[in-house]
Design a binder for this molecule. Structure first.
Ligand SMILES: NC(=O)c1ccc[n+]([C@@H]2O[C@H](COP(=O)([O-])OP(=O)(O)OC[C@H]3O[C@@H](n4cnc5c(N)ncnc54)[C@H](OP(=O)(O)O)[C@@H]3O)[C@@H](O)[C@H]2O)c1
Ligand SMILES: [Zn+2]
Ligand SMILES: [Zn+2]
Length: 366
C-alpha cells in the first residue's frame, strides 16, 4: 500500500523532462558512447544551460572506470563532466542572477542542503548533503545526476557561476574544477609573494597550480616525471623545474618549501616531498590516487610539518577564482577535441600525455 502511495506521489511531483544528447559509460570497461538522457524542465530557481565546452578531468576517468569503488561506487550509465561552460537558454520564474543569453558555468556541485554550518560558511563542498554534478542521487528525477558530456544541463542558480566575458570559453571550462581545486588550497595556506611553492605533477590541475602560484607572486617550482614538459613549465610561469626521478635534483631543495601542492593521479612517493618542506611547511594533496599512500611520520615530526588534503572549493570561492582569472586573463591551456575522441583522450590521460587539459567542443554532439 505504502509503495503505491509513494509511486503515485512521485509521478505527480515529477517535473516534466526533455531529452538531451550525452556520452555515457555503460560499465567500468565499456568506454564512452552516445546516450539519450532526460533533464528536468527548469523549476522555480533553475537555469537551463546549453553546454558549449566541458573539460576532461582525471576524476572523470577514475569515476568512469570505477577506480573509487570504495568511496564513491559508480552507477551506470555514467555521464561524467564537471567543468562546464555554456549559454543560458531558459530560466525559472524565481531566477534573479541569470537571463537567457548569459554565459554561465557549472563545476563539481549542483546542490546541497543550504542550511548546515558548511553551507552557511560557503563551503558547500563539505556539506553532508552535497550533490555532485554526476553519479550522485538526483533528488528531482530519481537515479543519479548526469554531468557535462551533454548538450544541456539544468541547475539551481545558487550553483551556477558567472564567467568573465574576456575569457576564452574552451580554456575557461577547466577552471571549474582544475582551477578551483588548485586556487583554494593556495589561498588557504597563504601562498603569496616571498613564499616558495612546489607543484607536483604537470597535468590539468598542476598546470593551473603553476599559473596561480605565479600570479600570486610566489617563487614557483614544478616537479615532473616528464622531462619533456620542462620548457612548458617555464612558459606557464615556473621559476624552476625539477625532474622528480632525479634524487640529486630533489635533494638540492631539501627543507626549503613553504607549501607544496601534490596533484598526482597515481601511486608515488609522498615522503620525498615532505622532506622538501621547511619548518611549519605544508603539503596539500589534491590528487586522488586509487590506493592509499604510505606516510613516513618522522618526516612530519621533524620541523613540525603538516600534511593535508583539499576538495574543490565552495561557490563563493569558485566565483572569486573566476573573477581572479578574468582580472589576470588566466585560462587553462587546452587541446579542444570533438566528443567522439573522448576515449582516445582518456588513454592519453593515463599516459600523462595531455597539454594540459582536454576541452570537449560540445558542438560535436549535435
Ligand atoms: N581534490 C580535488 O578536489 C580534486 C579535484 C580534481 C581532480 N582531483 C584529482 O587530482 C588528480 C589529478 O587530476 P588531473 O585531472 O590534473 O590529472 P592529469 O591531468 O592526468 O595529471 C596528473 C599528472 O600527474 C603526474 N603523474 C601521472 N602519473 C604519475 C606517476 N605514476 N608518478 C608521478 N606522477 C605522475 C603527471 O604529471 P608529470 O608528467 O608532470 O609527472 C600527470 O600529468 C586526479 O587523481 C584527480 O582525480 C582531485
Ligand atoms: Zn575534476
Ligand atoms: Zn549544507
Amino acid at each position: 500500500m505504502a509503495t503505491t502511495e509513494v509511486a503515485a506521489r512521485n509521478e505527480k511531483d515529477l517535473p516534466v523532462t526533455f531529452s538531451s544528447k550525452a556520452f555515457a559509460a555503460q560499465s567500468a570497461t565499456s568506454g564512452l558512447g552516445p546516450q539519450t538522457i532526460r533533464r528536468r524542465t527548469p523549476q522555480e530557481n533553475d537555469v537551463q544551460i546549453e553546454i558549449l565546452f566541458c573539460g576532461i578531468c582525471h576524476s572523470d576517468l577514475h569515476q568512469v572506470r570505477n577506480e573509487w569503488n570504495d568511496v564513491m561506487p559508480t552507477v551506470y550509465p555514467c555521464v561524467p563532466g564537471h567543468e562546464i561552460v555554456g549559454r543560458v537558454t531558459k530560466v525559472g520564474p524565481g531566477v534573479k542572477k541569470f537571463k537567457p543569453g548569459d554565459l554561465a558555468a557549472v563545476g563539481c556541485l549542483v546542490d546541497s542542503d543550504r542550511t548546515c554550518p558548511e553551507c552557511q560558511a560557503g563551503l558547500e563542498q563539505f556539506c553532508p548533503n552535497m550533490i555532485l554534478t554526476y553519479n550522485f542521487p538526483d533528488k528531482q528525477l530519481g537515479g543519479v545526476t548526469y554531468g557535462g558530456y551533454s548538450d544541456n544541463i539544468v541547475v539551481d542558480e545558487r550553483f551556477v557561476l558567472r564567467v568573465p566575458s574576456n575569457l576564452d570559453l574552451a580554456g575557461a571550462a577547466p577552471l571549474l574544477c582544475a582551477g578551483i581545486t588548485t586556487y583554494s588550497p593556495m589561498r588557504r595556506w597563504g601562498v603569496t609573494k616571498g613564499k616558495k611553492v612546489g607543484i607536483v605533477g604537470l597535468g590539468g590541475l598542476g598546470h593551473m597550480g603553476v599559473k596561480f602560484a605565479h600570479a600570486l607572486g610566489a617563487q614557483t617550482v614544478v616537479f615532473t616525471t616528464s622531462p619533456g614538459k620542462k620548457e612548458d613549465a617555464l612558459r606557464l610561469g615556473a621559476d624552476e623545474v625539477v625532474v622528480s626521478r632525479n634524487a640529486d635534483e630533489m635533494q638540492k631543495h631539501a627543507g626549503s618549501f613553504d607549501f607544496i601542492l601534490d596533484a598526482v593521479a597515481a601511486d608515488h612517493d609522498i615522503n620525498a616531498y615532505i622532506n622538501l618542506l621547511r619548518r611549519d611547511g605544508n603539503i596539500t594533496l589534491v590528487g586522488a590516487p586509487e590506493k592509499p599512500l604510505p606516510v613516513n611520520v618522522f618526516g612530519l615530526l621533524f620541523r613540525r610539518r603538516s600534511f593535508s588534503g583539499s576538495l574543490i572549493g565552495g561557490l563563493p570561492e569558485t566565483q572569486e577564482m573566476l573573477d581572479f582569472c578574468g582580472k589576470h586573463n588566466i585560462t587553462a591551456d587546452v587541446e579542444v577535441i570533438p566528443i567522439q575522441k573522448v576515449n582516445e583522450a582518456y588513454e592519453r590521460l593515463v599516459k600523462a600525455d595531455v597539454k594540459y587539459r582536454f576541452s570537449i567542443d560540445m558542438a560535436s554532439l549535435k
